[in-house]
Design a protein around this ligand. Sequence first.
Ligand code: PAF
Length: 305
Amino acid sequence: MTLRVVKEVAAFRAACDEARTRGVLGLVPTMGALHAGHLALVQRARELSQTVALTLFVNPTQFGPGEDLARYPRDLEGDLARCREAGVSLVFAPEVSEVYPAGERTRVRVSELTEGLCGASRPVHFEGVATVVTKLFAAAGPCVAVFGRKDYQQLKVVERLARDLLLPVTVVGLATVREADGLALSSRNAYLSAQERAAARGVPLGLSAAAAAFQAGERQAEALLRLARQPIEAAGLALQYAELTDADQLTPLTGAVPERALLAVAAHAGRTRLIDNLVLGEDPAPIAEAAPASASQGSPSGAVR
Ligand code: PAF
């Protein structure tokens, strides 16, 4: 299969219009530095579509001041090779000025869903994501668009904007792809030193401890959160949040949690921000062998094998 690479919106739109005459068009929006998690999104898009288009665009508006926009990993040639191998037909790799033309004034803001979790510490982030995803949907007109569940709040924001703006696209969320030790794949993992990478395992350990306790019948939010926090803090990571929320509305839960609830965490390993989540009652534990535990049990090593 030949891969077509376009840099202009007009060429991207024309190629997508043409692809749609041949069947379902699937879109995989990315910021590049593609890894196995992105390739799983492509694979899912291929199962659902006749043509897969992928976007490579490090979107400046979703980075706040002092965040990692300048150092975000960029590898166009490597990404194109991975796209070719994965069966992508069309890549859109625009310059910033193509997506944000001079004088542009429009932003897309999804209220409420964006206020908690990552939105609390990254106030401009979801507005940037919602804006660029809306632009990419407007340019491509995809029938299906595939996003990873690792960015669970982002997935909910995209689902909501597609629904609220009456966009004729089916948004599909795909399970998080993990390293053998449970760490969620992320382009930002490339920033981690060997020591930080080892400590990062505290994140899937924390989620797994809570998942095991949930599985064993624990329903008290505070107890589940304590189990999630312990391995993260014991690994020396700086926990930013560990929260339980409604899995669809993302509203915080306290007291007894329902049979399906989002457990989401963010922590820093050095300067690198790690996020991860699972939907209790729906997703498997990131580390399958995590032992059942109760919050009243002591140390994280007691909670998780
Ligand atoms: O998840 C990402 O890589 C980005 O947030 C997205 C959806 C491509 C928007 O820039």
